[in-house]
Structures are given as structure tokens and as C-alpha cells.
Design a protein around this ligand. Structure first.
Ligand code: NDP
Length: 252
């Protein structure tokens, strides 16, 4: 889909794959300058080249959102190259399900530090830019990719779901601080989407269970979520879709 009026400066985390990559491509195709953030520099370089070849503008910025110094350095690089940003998409995330009895504090810490604190580090780095853009009466957007797992309970996914419930609540509450200054905060809750998210599971039984769900229910494509983000951020500046749940038809 194409959207008008995206001549904006965007930061997209999780841009190495999945929804982040698809969102970066869509925003760039619609005229945004896009900073591409994730850890895999090779993937970001390939994406930046592909966007440039299609006539867009993108900057590969390798970063680990679990590392505050890395996020600060990334923000410096982006500001130096592009100046202040007016559109931030938090798509970086990991999903590492296992039975709670396994006590996998390594996985729990990684999910909390990426999905929640990682998003907060990015918010900390760019909130001043968003507030300044809104003060100049330009559209300013913070888009957080949460999950329908913020609401649905599912065995083995307790900690992942908890990080997403926290992100959903964070998005809603941030509107009380940022919405009053005309920064739009949008929380997107996708259902099953075919990406690389399931490739980090270390539990074969749960991997195969997820594969069965894909078969039985069907999936969204990452481009479907990107399309939704393109729609949300191209509404008139006073319109904030604050919470959007997007599911494949057969997912309840
Ligand atoms: P992907 O695994 O394809 O994308 C996740 C991205 O996050 C990757 O590009 C990865 O790149 C990046 N990332 C992971 N850890 C870090 C880190 N420490 N620092 C910087 N970047 C990091 O999955 P999706 O596109 O599906 O995931 C996007 C978001 O959507 C996630 O928050 C996920 O929880 C959420 N979601 C996904 C659903 C699905 O069914 N796929 C459903 C609902 C929500 P790299 O490894 O190079 O750092």
C-alpha cells in the first residue's frame, strides 16, 4: 500500500527482519528517511542497500537495545546523520517460551531487557525529538509493537506475555504524558505473524506446537503489520489510533 505525507525521519528497531524490516521498507518507499536498528550489521547493510536501490533513504545503525551505551551511541549517530526524528517504531523483541518450572532466568532476563527495557531505552533516547516535532505542529509518533499475548494466556509463554502486557500498559500510560503534548502513542498488538521470531526457541516441542498453530490458524505477513503502521502514522496529526489488535481471521 502507499501512503502520502511520510516525508519524515524515522527510527525502526528490529529492522533486521520481520515486522521491523517490512515497516522500514514501507516507510522508506513512502518518502521517510529511516534509521535501521538491530544487532546484525550485515542484514541492516543489505536492507539499506535495497532501500537505496529502490530510491529511498536509509541508514544502517547496528545496536543492541539491551545495552544503554549502545543505544546512546546509536542515537548520536542518527542525530548526526539525520537530525531530530519524528517517528519511532519499537519492533525489536524476542520470544523465548519454556515451562516456568524450568526457571530459565537467562531467558526471562533477556525478554524483559529486550522487549520492555529495550523499548524504554529507545523511548528515552528519542522522546525529546518527538515532543519538539509536535511542538512545531508536525506529526510525531511513537509506535510500540506489543502482542495479542498481552491479553491471551498461554502455557509456557507467561514471561513473554508479561513483557507484552507491560509494554501495552506502558503505551497506554505514556499517552497521559505525551498525548497531552500532541505526540501520538500507538500500541499495536499483532497475532501470529510469519517472521524469524520463532527461530530462537530452544524447546523442540514448543517449536512444533507453534508450527501446528501456523498450519491450523494461518498467519499474517510482516507486510500486513507494516501496512497498518503506515496507515496509523499517516492519519491527520490530531488523530491517534492508540491501540490496534491485528489478527489472522481464524485466530481468536
Ligand atoms: P523477528 O525475530 O523477525 O524480529 C525481531 C527483531 O528484533 C530482529 O530484527 C532482531 O534483529 C531484533 N532484535 C532482537 N534482539 C535485539 C536486541 N537486543 N537489540 C536490537 N535488536 C534486537 O520477529 P518479529 O518481526 O515477529 O518481531 C517484531 C516484534 O513483534 C517483536 O516485539 C515481537 O515480540 C512482536 N510480535 C511478533 C509476533 C509474531 O507472531 N511474529 C506476534 C506478536 C508480536 P537482531 O537479531 O539482528 O538484533
Amino acid at each position: 500500500m502507499s501512503y502520502d505525507n511520510l516525508g519524515r525521519t524515522a527510527v525502526v528497531t528490529g529492522a533486521a527482519s520481520g515486522m521491523g524490516e517490512a515497516t522500514a521498507r514501507l516507510l522508506a518507499a513512502n518518502g521517510a528517511r529511516v534509521a535501521l536498528l538491530a544487532r546484525r550489521a550485515d542484514r541492516l547493510d543489505e536492507l539499506a542497500e535495497s532501500i537505496a536501490a529502490a530510491g529511498g533513504q536509509a541508514l544502517a545503525v547496528p545496536v543492541d537495545v539491551t545495552d544503554g551505551a549502545s543505544v546512546d551511541a546509536a542515537a548520536d549517530r542518527i542525530h548526526h546523520a539525520y537530525g531530530p526524528v519524528d517517528l519511532v517504531v519499537n519492533s525489536a523483541g524476542v520470544m523465548l517460551p519454556n515451562p516456568v518450572d524450568d526457571g530459565r532466568i537467562d531467558e526471562w532476563s533477556r525478554m524483559i531487557d529486550t522487549n520492555l527495557t529495550g523499548a524504554l531505552r529507545i523511548i528515552r533516547a528519542f522522546t525529546a525529538d518527538l515532543v519538539a516535532a509536535a511542538a512545531e505542529r508536525r506529526p510525531a509518533d511513537l509506535v510500540n509493537i506489543s502482542s495479542n499475548g498481552a491479553h491471551v494466556t498461554f502455557p509456557q509463554y507467561a514471561v513473554y506475555g508479561a513483557t507484552k502486557a507491560a509494554l501495552t500498559h506502558l503505551s497506554a500510560t505514556l499517552r497521559t504524558e505525551l498525548g497531552t503534548r500532541d505526540v501520538r502513542v500507538t500500541n499495536i498488538e499483532p497475532g501470529l505473524t510469519r517472521t524469524e521470531l520463532d527461530q530462537h526457541l530452544d524447546n523442540p516441542e514448543l517449536s512444533s506446537q507453534l508450527g501446528d498453530m501456523y498450519e491450523a490458524i494461518g498467519t499474517l505477513a510482516p507486510e500486513d503489520v507494516a501496512d497498518l503502521i503506515g496507515y496509523v502514522v499517516s492519519r491527520p496529526a490530531h488523530v491517534n489510533l492508540r491501540q490496534v489488535i491485528v489478527l489472522p481471521n481464524r485466530q481468536v
